[in-house]
Design a protein around this ligand. Structure first.
Ligand SMILES: C[S@@+](CC[C@H](N)C(=O)[O-])C[C@H]1O[C@@H](n2cnc3c(N)ncnc32)[C@H](O)[C@@H]1O
Length: 261
């Protein structure tokens, strides 16, 4: 099946202007560190699902002394950009990025010790199958640590939410924390925990809207064009509306595969 490019060069330019080089999600290295807080990845093999332009994987490879980091993404262009950044940073040996098809993870059972993901699982509608795949590629004792955007509930979407999903135009498979929890538990995970980050995301998204409409406008208009920027301002307005009602939220997940599984 042909993959439509959603994170095209204009969107990547705009998101990196807001969120930092290598980041297609908010929070930068500090948020990546928080997702991994308390987890010692020294000497471990880490998979990053939905690596985008590579900021999270680069941070992990540069600062946390893993044995290996593999980033995967369905969009070849972001993978190319991430690979170039890894090479520039001198990490080409132990950090690699691979373009994949949506679907089963292309790795052997027990291939990784940590599966990380930052704001990418939202694009994968079937949480149950993905949770089984993550469980399969984790070695016994392995850890899943992820951030994601969440639906406040799995019920009917309000008009504001439908408007946001329509203007955003990205393939969303938003699910509630309950659905994530059920998927992780059904896959066999233990010690499942969730840290709500909705308040944090709401505050910073409102600040970003001010930036997009004000200080960042001249440089972004020059790089992505007025029409695209005007559209993204609409996206941010719609996003603020659904964050204000908590119909959209965000949070960090942690779950473990038992050492005896
Ligand atoms: C919001 S971006 C986050 C990128 C990166 N994790 C970060 O924090 O900067 C979501 C990424 O998930 C990728 N993605 C979407 N569906 C995917 C799938 N089925 N498997 C792997 N990656 C996927 C997109 O191409 C995009 O690069």
């Amino acid at each position: 099946m042909e993959q439509t490019q959603e994170y095209d060069s204009k969107l990547v330019t705009l998101l990196e202007a807001l969120w930092g080089d290598g980041y297609l999600s908010p929070g930068g290295n500090a948020e990546t560190a928080l997702v991994l807080a308390g987890l010692d990845v020294r000497g471990l093999r880490v998979l990053d699902i939905g690596c985008g332009t590579g900021g999270c994987a680069l941070y992990i490879a540069s600062g946390l002394e893993p044995a290996e980091v593999v980033g995967i993404d369905v969009e070849p262009e972001v993978v190319e950009k991430a690979s170039a950044a890894a090479e520039r940073a001198g990490h080409a040996g132990r950090l690699s990025f691979v373009a994949v098809e949506p679907g089963p993870l292309p790795f052997a059972d027990s291939r990784f010790d940590v599966v990380f993901s930052k704001d990418a699982i939202v694009h994968i509608p079937d949480k149950h199958t993905l949770a089984q795949e993550i469980f399969r590629v984790l070695a016994p004792g392995g850890v899943f640590a992820a951030s994601d955007w969440m639906a406040g509930s799995d019920g009917l979407r309000s008009a504001a939410m439908q408007h946001y999903e329509q203007v955003e135009g990205l393939g969303f498979g938003l699910a509630s924390p309950d659905r994530y929890f059920a998927a992780l538990r059904a896959a066999g995970f233990e010690r499942i925990s969730y840290r709500d980050r909705t308040h944090w995301l709401r505050e910073r998204t409102h600040r970003e809207l001010v930036q997009l409409a004000g200080p960042l406008r001249p440089s972004l208009e020059a790089s992505v064009g007025k029409e695209f920027l005007d559209h993204e301002v609409q996206v941010w307005q719609a996003l603020c509306a659904v964050l204000d009602t908590a119909e959209l939220g965000a949070g960090h997940w942690r779950a473990r595969k038992s050492a005896t599984s």
